[in-house]
Design a protein around this ligand. Structure first.
Ligand code: SF4
Ligand code: SF4
Length: 154
C-alpha cells in the first residue's frame, strides 16, 4: 500500500466514513445547498463520502472537495456517527501536504493556505456592501487577523 493510500485509510477510519448507510440526513442539513447555485449530490457530504469509499485517492483531485464549510451540521445529525467534517478536513490536509493548494486562498500576510476558495468567494459576495477596511481582514488567516486586530486596537 502506498503512503497516500495509507493516509487516506487513516482519514476515512477517523471520520467513520465506512459506517455511512446513505440515509441522506447530512445532505438535508448541509448549508452548501443554500450557498451554491451549482450544489449537487457530487458536492454533498453523502456524495463525498461515497466517492472517498469507492474511488480512493481520486477524491483528492475532485474540485467538489472545496465547497464544504466544515460546519459540522451533518455530523450532528448522522445516526451512524460519521463525521463529514473530519473526512473533508482530512482529505484537504492531504491535498495541502502534497503541495496542491490551487483551490485554497492563502493569507495575505504569512502566505499560509487557510480557506477554501469557493467558501471565501461566498463570504465575499455576502459582504460586498461592507467597507473595504472590513473586507481586507478576510484576506488574512485567523491568527494574522487576530494580530492585526490587536495592533490596530492597542
Ligand atoms: S447522515 Fe451519516 S449515514 Fe446518513 S448519509 Fe450522511 S454520513 Fe451517511
Ligand atoms: S461539514 Fe461540510 S459537508 Fe458536512 S454539513 Fe457542513 S458544509 Fe456540509
Amino acid at each position: 500500500m502506498t503512503e497516500e493510500n495509507n493516509r487516506l485509510s487513516q482519514v476515512k477510519r477517523f471520520s467513520g466514513a465506512a459506517f455511512c448507510v446513505e440515509c441522506g440526513r447530512c445532505v438535508a442539513v448541509c448549508p452548501m445547498a443554500e450557498m451554491y447555485g451549482n450544489f449537487s449530490i457530487e458536492m454533498s457530504p453523502r456524495g463525498i463520502i461515497r466517492k472517498a469509499l469507492t474511488e480512493g485517492a481520486e477524491i483528492l483531485r475532485d474540485e467538489n472537495l472545496w465547497y464544504c464549510t466544515e460546519c459540522n451540521a451533518g455530523t450532528d445529525v448522522c445516526p451512524q456517527g460519521v463525521s463529514c467534517r473530519d473526512l473533508v478536513r482530512g482529505l484537504r490536509e492531504m491535498v495541502l501536504e502534497e503541495g496542491r493548494a490551487e483551490t485554497v486562498a492563502s493569507c495575505r500576510h504569512c502566505g499560509k493556505p487557510f480557506a477554501a476558495l469557493p467558501v471565501e468567494r461566498f463570504v465575499f459576495r455576502r459582504l460586498e456592501k461592507e467597507p473595504m477596511n472590513v473586507l481586507v481582514f478576510l484576506e488574512y488567516c485567523p491568527s494574522c487577523r487576530r494580530a492585526l486586530y490587536s495592533r490596530r486596537n492597542a
